[in-house]
Write a protein that binds this ligand. Structure first.
Ligand SMILES: NC(=O)c1ccc[n+]([C@@H]2O[C@H](COP(=O)([O-])OP(=O)(O)OC[C@H]3O[C@@H](n4cnc5c(N)ncnc54)[C@H](O)[C@@H]3O)[C@@H](O)[C@H]2O)c1
Length: 254
């Protein structure tokens, strides 16, 4: 039987790439996002399209998340994997950030994964065990490990979600739910295009190349997400794994 995944932020970037990979691997996938961004490839893949579901949801809003998981629970008793990729970034110095900017980052990046994991738990726990665990993968950020001027508050929300990943992992381990995070460096997605548009006057500079000589593509991150969903990772929980081409390891003087 097809496994079921829920992907927040699945309409764009890393989330959308995860959806494409999961559907291609035979999963049934629910996308929770503000608006739909159905992968174009499904147009000529009716079998894949039949396993794709979209539900409009604001992950920072408790009622919206509750309603989304209520709808999901009407069509499935079990969710095998939850990928929390929805995220927003606002650039600026800590001095200049507005309360509105800070609130949206807290709501989406920090409260979002917490709300989604909580609402998903009855479905994740169904038939899961230490031997056959359900999986949660949160998309954190290297900014939560090595903070940067110009995205300081964003980095703080990502550091917070790394902490939540670890504590959820320990709390949920006995019921067979594994919780891990990927911490990408710069990834070529619409988010990074928006950062480039916002950076005027923010003090923020893109890292550019990693020691491996390039920024990441969404597939680089999704490879690691798929590892966390695989049998090979059945004894891995509470991990925050950088996917940054070595950017965090050491500064490169150019
Ligand atoms: N792109 C990067 O360089 C990079 C680096 C490190 C971490 N990340 C993280 O990766 C994740 C995915 O980012 P991306 O680069 O794919 O960005 P993206 O902008 O391409 O995709 C983010 C998705 O999240 C959705 N979203 C935003 N607010 C939402 C809300 N309130 N409710 C539901 N969905 C919402 C957007 O509609 C969008 O579809 C984010 O958590 C981001 O912080 C990105």
């Amino acid at each position: 039987m097809s496994k079921t995944a829920v992907v927040t932020g699945g309409a764009s970037g890393i989330g959308q790439c995860s959806v494409e990979r999961l559907v291609a691997d035979g999963w049934t996938v629910w996308v929770l996002d503000l608006s739909e961004g159905k992968p174009a490839q499904f147009a000529d893949q009716p079998e894949g399209a039949a396993r794709y579901r979209f539900r409009q949801c604001d992950v920072g809003n408790a009622e919206s998340v509750k309603a989304a998981f209520e709808e999901i629970s009407q069509s499935t008793e079990k969710v095998d994997a939850l990928i929390c990729s929805a995220g927003v970034i606002r650039t600026g110095s800590l001095e200049d950030h507005t309360l509105e900017q800070v609130n949206v980052m807290i709501d989406v990046n920090m409260k979002g994964p917490w709300l989604c994991v909580r609402e998903a738990l009855p479905l994740l726990r169904k038939d899961s065990s230490v031997a056959d665990p359900a999986r949660v993968v949160v998309v954190g950020s290297i900014g939560g490990i090595r903070p940067k001027v110009g995205t300081g508050f964003y980095g703080a929300t990502k550091a917070a979600v790394h902490v939540l990943t670890g504590v959820f992992a320990a709390e949920l381990a006995p019921t067979g739910v594994l919780v891990n995070a990927v911490a990408p460096g710069t990834v070529a997605t619409p988010m990074i295009e928006s950062v480039q548009n916002q950076r005027e006057g923010s003090g923020y500079r893109l890292s550019g190349d990693s020691p491996l000589g390039r920024i990441a593509q969404p597939d680089d991150v999704v490879d690691v997400i798929m590892f966390f969903l695989s049998d090979a990772a059945k004894f891995v929980t509470g991990t925050v794994l950088p996917v940054d081409g070595g950017t965090r390891a050491a500064f490169i003087k150019k």
